[in-house]
Design a protein. Structure first.
Length: 642
C-alpha cells in the first residue's frame, strides 16, 4: 500500500470513522455531547492506527513515514481531548501519550508507599520507537494497543458521572492553563519540535468550542466574557507566531495571556464555590491568583507538627525558637556544628565556599553539595536522592547522620531541654500538639523548618514581570524564550518554580545527566543517587531536579559541586551532558545531542537566570544562645566552630 493511500485511510478514519461508531447522545447538554463525540473519535482514530500498523512494512523508510503521518493525525484528535485526558484519568493519559518508557515518579500516595514501575505507552513513544535502528511490529503494536484500551476508560460510567456537575470542568481548565504555561510550548511531549507550535494552535483553537458548549450547558457557572475574549486573543497570538519553537515568544504568551487567564479561571472557581473530587488537586491552592504566586501549590509543610497552628503570636514564637536552634551547635554530637555551618543565611542558605562540606570528623568531605534551603518546600521529596518524604524527616536525618551532625535523637532532645529558655518555649507549645505529651525531636525539627521556610516566600523580578507589575530587561526576556525553546531547559525545569515538579504539582522528577566526578570528565560521578533509595536500572545516577531560582548565587553546582560557575553548567548541557562529553551513561535521560548554543545565547540564558534571583532578606545571627545547665555547652559559639 502506498504512503498516499495510507494517509487517505487515516484521514477517512478521522473524518468519518467516528460517525459509524458514535452512539446517539442521551438528552444531555451540548457540553456532554461534545465530550462523548471527541472521546469516541479518539478511540476510533487509535483503533484505526492499530489496524494500519498490521499492514505496514516496518523495514522500509516509506512504511515508517506512513506510520508517523498516521500518528500525527491521531495526535490532532488527541489534542482536541487533552483538557479532559490529563485531569479525568491521568494514568490512562500516560498510556495514550506517555512521555517516558518507564516512570518512577512520586505521585500522591507514593509518598507513603514504595515507588512502583510504571510503563508508558502511546503516540509519543511509538513515534520515537520508529526512529530506532530495529523496529519490531509486535513492540510498536503493543504501544498503540495500550493506547486504544486506555482511550475507552474515558467513556466509562464512573468518568461520565463526573461530567454531570460543572465543578470538574473548571478544574480541568485550571490544569489546562497550567500546562499551557509549563508543558505545551516546550516539546516535553512531542517527538517533532517542528510540530509543537502548530499543534499548540490546533489544540487552543479546538478549545474554543469546548468553552462555548460548556457555557451553553452551565450558564450559571459559565466562564466570563472577559475570559472567552482573552482566550480568543491568545489563539490569535499563537496563529501569528512562527511555527518554529525556537522563535516562539514564550514570554509574551505567558505574561499577557496564560497568567491572566489563570487569574480569571481561579476567580470563577471561587465565585462558583466549585469543589474538586480529584486527588490531583490536593497540592493546589484555590486562593492563588497567579501561576507565579508562591502559594500556588504546597509540596511540603514547613509547619510540620505545628500544622494546625494559625495564631500569629504562636507562630512567631515557633519562628523565634527555630532561629535560635538553627544557629545553635548544641544540636550536633560535639556541640561545635550548627545548621548554619553549611546553610549560611547570607548565601541563600547554602555554602558557596566549598564544593561539598567538611565531614563531621574533619577527615574528609561529604559526597554531596550543601543545597540551598530556599524553596526546598516546593519539592515533594527532600534530598537530592529523594530519600525523605518530609522536610522534618530530612532535618532529623541530617542531625543524626554521623558524617554531618552526628547527633542522637535522645541526646538532642535532652541537650535542648537543658536550656531553660528552650524548655519554657517548647512546653508552652505542647497544647498545640496534643498527640504528643512531652517535647520531642518532632517539635525541634518542625521549629527549624518553619524558621527557614519563611525565606521561600520572596518574589523574583521575573515573577513581578509575569504579574505585570514591572518590566523585565530585554536580555532576560530573550533568555527565557531560549530557556523554553532552543535550550530545552524547560523540559526538566518547569514553570513556575523551575524545578522538577510539573502540573498538577504532585510529584518530583529525577533525571540522569551524566554528572562527572571532575571538570576534566575523567569519570562519571560514583554517587548512585536515586538508585540508593529505589534500586532500578532507570534510577542509577538519577537525581531530583532542583530549582533554578537564585541559582546565579548558589555555586558550586550539581549534586557533587563539580562546577564552580554557571558557564560551566551551561557548557555541560550544551554538549549533551555526560554522554556528550564521552562518558558511558547508558540510561542518561538528557539528550546527548549538542544544543549548538552561541556565546551570546549563553549570556542571554544567564540574564534570565539572574531574573530568578529572589528578594530574600537574610537575618543576622542571634546575639546570644540560651544558657545550658550542662557545663559542656556553656561556651558554645553562635553558628558553630566549623
Amino acid at each position: 500500500m502506498s504512503v498516499k493511500k495510507l494517509i487517505v485511510l487515516v484521514l477517512l478514519t478521522l473524518l468519518i470513522g467516528g460517525a459509524f461508531s458514535f452512539k446517539p447522545a442521551k438528552p444531555e447538554g451540548a457540553y456532554h455531547t461534545l465530550y462523548r463525540a471527541r472521546m469516541d473519535s479518539l478511540h476510533t482514530c487509535l483503533s484505526g492506527l492499530l489496524r494500519i500498523s498490521d499492514t505496514i512494512d516496518y523495514t522500509s523508510e516509506q512504511g515508517r513515514d506512513a506510520l508517523k503521518q498516521a500518528i500525527r493525525q491521531c495526535r490532532i484528535v488527541m489534542k482536541r481531548c487533552d483538557i479532559w485526558l490529563r485531569y479525568m484519568e491521568p494514568l490512562a493519559q500516560k498510556q495514550i501519550n506517555g512521555p517516558l518508557p518507564v516512570e518512577w515518579e512520586t505521585e500522591v500516595f507514593e509518598k507513603f508507599e514504595k515507588p512502583y514501575r510504571r510503563e508508558g505507552a502511546g503516540l509519543l513513544l511509538a513515534e520515537q520507537y520508529l526512529d530506532g535502528e530495529l523496529v519490531v511490529r509486535d513492540t510498536f503494536r503493543q504501544l498503540i494497543a495500550r493506547a486504544v484500551s486506555a482511550s475507552q476508560v474515558y467513556l466509562h460510567d464512573s468518568i461520565l458521572q463526573r461530567t454531570a456537575e460543572f465543578d470538574h470542568f473548571l478544574f480541568c481548565n485550571r490544569l489546562h492553563l497550567l500546562n499551557l504555561a509549563s508543558l505545551y510550548t516546550t516539546g516535553f511531549e512531542n517527538a517533532d519540535p517542528g510540530q509543537v507550535i502548530p499543534e499548540l494552535h490546533m489544540m487552543m483553537s479546538a478549545m474554543q468550542s469546548v468553552y462555548q458548549h460548556y457555557n451553553e450547558t452551565y450558564p450559571s457557572e459559565a466562564l466570563s466574557g472577559e475570559y472567552i475574549d482573552l482566550y480568543r486573543r491568545a489563539v490569535s497570538f499563537v496563529s501569528a507566531q512562527p511555527g518554529d519553537i525556537t522563535l516562539f515568544d514564550h514570554y509574551t504568551f505567558l505574561r499577557d495571556y496564560i497568567n491572566p487567564l489563570y487569574r480569571l479561571n481561579a476567580k470563577r472557581i471561587r465565585e462558583t464555590h466549585a469543589v474538586s473530587h480529584s486527588t490531583l488537586d490536593y497540592a493546589l491552592n484555590k486562593t492563588a491568583e497567579s501561576i507565579f504566586d508562591k502559594q500556588l501549590y504546597e509540596g511540603q509543610s514547613v509547619k510540620g507538627i505545628y500544622v494546625n497552628v494559625t495564631d500569629e503570636d504562636v507562630l512567631a514564637k515557633i519562628d523565634k525558637v527555630g532561629k535560635l536552634l538553627f544557629f545553635d551547635p548544641i544540636l550536633s554530637g560535639n556541640g561545635e556544628r550548627s545548621c548554619a555551618s553549611c546553610h549560611k543565611s547570607d548565601q541563600f542558605f547554602t555554602d558557596t565556599t566549598a564544593a561539598t562540606p567538611e565531614q563531621f570528623d574533619h577527615k574528609g568531605f561529604l559526597s554531596r553539595n550543601a543545597p540551598s534551603l530556599i524553596n526546598a518546600q516546593y519539592n515533594h521529596l527532600a534530598m537530592a536522592d529523594g530519600s525523605h518524604i518530609t522536610l522534618q524527616d530530612q532535618t532529623v536525618g541530617v542531625l543524626t547522620n554521623p558524617d554531618e551532625m552526628s547527633g542522637n535523637v535522645a541526646d538532642i532532645v535532652s541537650r535542648v531541654l537543658s536550656c531553660a529558655e528552650y524548655r519554657r518555649i517548647f512546653e508552652s507549645l505542647l497544647p498545640y500538639t496534643p498527640h504528643l505529651k512531652t517535647v520531642s525531636i518532632e517539635h525541634i525539627s518542625s521549629a527549624l523548618t518553619y524558621y527557614y521556610g519563611k525565606f521561600s516566600e520572596a518574589s523574583a523580578p521575573f515573577d513581578l514581570a509575569m504579574d505585570q507589575k514591572t518590566q523585565l530587561h530585554d536580555d532576560a526576556r530573550k533568555g527565557f524564550n531560549l530557556f523554553m525553546g532552543k535550550a530545552q531547559c524547560a523540559t526538566c525545569h518547569f514553570v513556575p518554580q523551575f524545578n522538577g515538579v510539573k502540573p498538577p504539582f504532585i510529584g518530583s522528577e529525577f533525571e540522569v545527566l551524566g554528572t562527572p566526578s571532575d571538570k576534566a570528565y575523567a569519570a562519571l560521578s560514583k554517587d548512585p543517587g536515586r538508585y540508593k533509595v529505589n534500586p532500578a536500572p532507570e534510577t542509577m545516577h538519577a537525581f531530583r531536579t532542583g530549582s533554578l531560582r537564585n541559582s546565579m548565587h548558589t555555586a558550586p553546582y550539581m549534586h557533587n559541586g563539580v562546577f564552580r560557575s554557571m558557564d560551566e553548567v551551561i557548557d555541560f548541557y550544551d554538549f549533551g551532558g555526560g554522554q556528550g562529553h564521552g562518558l558511558d551513561v547508558p540510561n542518561q535521560t538528557l539528550s546527548a545531542d549538542s544544543l549548538h548554543l552561541t556565546a551570546n545565547e549563553k549570556q542571554l540564558l544567564k540574564a534570565f537566570l539572574h531574573s530568578l534571583t529572589e528578594s530574600v532578606q537574610p537575618e543576622r545571627a542571634p546575639h546570644k544562645l540560651p544558657v545550658s545547665a550542662d557545663n559542656r555547652f556553656k561556651t558554645r559559639i553562635i553558628g558553630g566552630r566549623y
